[in-house]
Write a protein that binds this ligand. Structure first.
Ligand SMILES: Nc1ncnc2c1ncn2[C@@H]1O[C@H](COP(=O)(O)OP(=O)(O)O)[C@@H](O)[C@H]1O
Ligand SMILES: [Mg+2]
Length: 330
């Protein structure tokens, strides 16, 4: 498990990218969801031990990795958001080069290891082709091949599916899911579908603050009954939005919009709107659009709060949180 306590990062500027994040990340796939600029890459690079935080602690299986970044690095596979390749190298040569940089070889040599890794990410047929000619999905799979080299305890992948077409995204999902067994996999994304498909648990960050730690099921459940859908003409939309919490508005047939609104408990829905089943996308948009006092508490947290004490200690469930905790036991 990775335990993160009071993580603060102030970039030069100054820009406060993380405002005191507390989070326990268990083994398996974990999704970190948030819009551009929320602080995801900052968070990932600190957890990876590549950037020092302004304050706070990170432990991996009880070891302080801020004091001893080597402990994390020896156990880490990392696929950064912007992974640079040499376009003129073949996939195999690029991977061999990266393995040499990481100091990793296999029992039958580095070239054999490179070919084994390429096979694991379904790139055997493209091993001899120049990386410059790879599709986005192939590049990401090559990035994943270097990240899983050496069988790391922790795999950190920063926005790996951004820019992939639906088919490539599905392929990448399958690989990541395969690779999550027995390790901590931290995936950041601004794409709700990534998390819905892959992650038993997720955290949502907004402007450097953790606004939710939950499961996809619990998040949908928390907004169920509170989402209403109807149609609003384009011209009337700004006025409508002044009176209702619009979660999404999608043009339907040119001038009218299919509008989803969040209606808090005890509030009246708009006329001629009907209730709609809550989705993870709705839950995410509620977290993005609503102030902290409007967000249903069950949406913000369904996983026990991390213990305030020493990082790495087992979390203590809160009184009354039994039903919510059960939602997290997937
Ligand atoms: N090296 C840096 N120097 C100054 N500001 C930075 C730096 N890296 C990130 N930021 C700022 O910190 C905030 C969070 O950025 P980032 O962690 O990249 O978010 P995300 O990955 O969620 O898009 C943004 O406002 C960004 O402009
Ligand atoms: Mg980023």
């Amino acid at each position: 498990m990775i335990a993160i306590r009071n993580l603060v990062k102030i970039h030069p500027g100054p820009v406060c990218a993380l405002r005191g994040v507390d989070l326990d990340i268990p083994e398996g796939m974990f999704g970190l969801l948030g819009p551009n600029g929320a602080g995801k890459s900052t968070f990932m690079s600190i957890v990876a031990g590549l950037v020092e935080p302004t304050a706070g602690t990170v432990t991996l299986d009880g070891h302080d990795t801020i004091a001893d970044p080597g402990y994390m690095r020896e156990r880490l596979g990392y696929l950064p958001q912007d992974f640079g390749f040499y376009p003129d190298l073949s996939g195999r040569a690029m991977l061999e080069f990266l393995l040499r940089m990481k100091g990793i070889s296999g029992p039958r040599g580095r070239r054999t290891l490179a070919m084994e890794l390429l096979a694991r990410v379904n790139l055997t047929a493209a091993a001899g082709r120049k990386v410059g000619g790879y599709s986005g999905g192939m590049r990401q799979r090559l990035g994943l091949a270097q990240a899983i080299a050496g069988n790391p305890r922790v795999l950190i992948v920063d926005e790996p599916t951004a820019g992939l077409d639906p088919e490539e995204r599905q392929r990448f999902y399958r690989l990541l899911a395969e690779m999550s067994a027995g390790r901590v996999v931290l995936l950041s994304t601004h794409i709700v579908e990534d998390v819905a498909t892959l992650c038993p648990q997720l955290a949502v960050i907004r402007s450097g603050e953790l606004v939710a730690h939950t499961t996809p099921e619990a998040a949908c459940g928390a907004v169920d009954g509170l989402i209403w859908e109807g149609f609003v003409d384009d011209a009337a939309l700004p006025e409508f939005a002044r009176h209702h919490r619009v979660i999404s508005a999608v043009l339907a047939g040119g001038r009218t919009n299919r509008v989803r609104v969040f209606v808090g408990v005890g509030k009246a829905p708009p006329d001629r709107f009907s209730q709609s089943a809550g989705t993870l996308e709705d839950a995410y948009l509620v977290l993005m659009r609503c102030s902290a006092d409007e967000v249903p508490p069950a949406l913000a947290r369904s996983v026990p709060e991390p213990s305030a004490g020493a990082a790495g200690a087992p979390p203590v469930p809160r009184a009354g949180g039994a039903a919510a905790a059960a939602g997290g036991a997937r």
